[in-house]
Design a protein around this ligand. Structure first.
Ligand code: KIV
Length: 269
């Protein structure tokens, strides 16, 4: 697959060709996904839950994301990689620039941050400095404690209208892509229609310009919470349990055989 750029994603939106995005955190999966037609890889702070085993994403550091971005980039030079700015790493414009630069140097093509209109100055500055930005609205997991849980957002008309205004502000500031998480499908469509940049949905229906899923959720192996909206494409039984049971049995049998052979040899000498 050839190199994916922001222009590729814009062209896909224009041609109503859906964008496929998955999270990945290492070189092997990143290469596997890219080789099989995934256009966008997100090094998401979801790694705080699916790799680190946390209850939320708040414990993730910029160094964690930089490390995993380097791993993912090592999987392919052609991948389009988005790296998440973690919780409280973009609370001022200067922090945002410093932390985003670290992720770009680690191999990201774009950085993602969560929030609406209040990010206007940061996004404008990043874009002016040559750092492409992906916004994230709806159920923004870094605000889980403000929401009181992982809950659908934008159901009421005033909240829906605020989200549309936020989306327009992000685009006006220079954002080139927008993730919409856990919102009603009709609202995702309103936002998608209101913008010229592509939207990528997760738990937001099928009317966005693309879809994103957390890789551990889609194969059903997340250690903790799996969102209700996340489609699981294969069973834990098929992908892990039976193969690993077989592996353990084989290893134990081989070990037993080796032990027996060396005991016999010892007795016979
Ligand atoms: O961190 C992440 O994986 C994300 C996706 C859920 C979009 O932000």
């Amino acid at each position: 697959m050839s190199k994916i750029t922001v222009s590729t994603l814009n062209k896909m939106k224009a041609e109503n060709n859906k964008i496929t995005a998955l999270t990945a955190y290492d070189a092997s999966f990143a290469k596997l996904f890219h080789d099989n037609g995934v256009e966008v890889i997100l090094v998401g702070d979801s790694l705080g839950m699916v790799l680190q085993g946390g209850d939320d994403t708040l414990g993730v550091t910029n160094q964690d994301i930089a490390y995993h971005t380097r791993c993912v980039r090592a999987g392919s030079r052609e991948l389009f990689v988005i790296a998440d700015l973690p919780f409280m790493t973009y609370s001022s414009v200067s922090d945002t620039c410093k932390n985003a630069a670290e992720l770009m140097r680690a191999g990201a093509n774009m950085i993602k941050l969560e929030g609406g209109e209040w990010l206007y100055e940061s996004i404008k500055t990043l874009t002016q400095q040559g750092i492409p930005v992906c916004g994230h609205l709806g159920l923004t997991p870094q605000s889980v404690h403000v929401f009181g849980g992982f809950k659908i957002q934008g159901r009421e008309e005033d909240k829906a209208q605020k989200m549309i205004d936020d989306a327009k502000a992000l685009e006006a500031a220079g954002a080139q892509l927008l993730v919409l998480e856990c919102i009603p499908s009709a609202l995702a469509k309103r936002i998608t229609d209101a913008l010229s940049i592509p939207t990528i949905g997760i738990g937001a229906g099928s009317l966005t310009d693309g879809q994103i899923l957390v890789m551990h959720d889609l194969v059903g192996i997340s250690a903790g919470y799996i969102p209700k909206f996340s489609k699981t494409f294969c069973s834990k039984q098929a992908i892990c349990l039976q193969p690993f049971k077989n592996i353990v049995q084989t290893l134990k049998a081989v070990h037993f055989l080796a032990l027996n052979t060396s005991l016999n040899n010892a007795v016979n000498h």
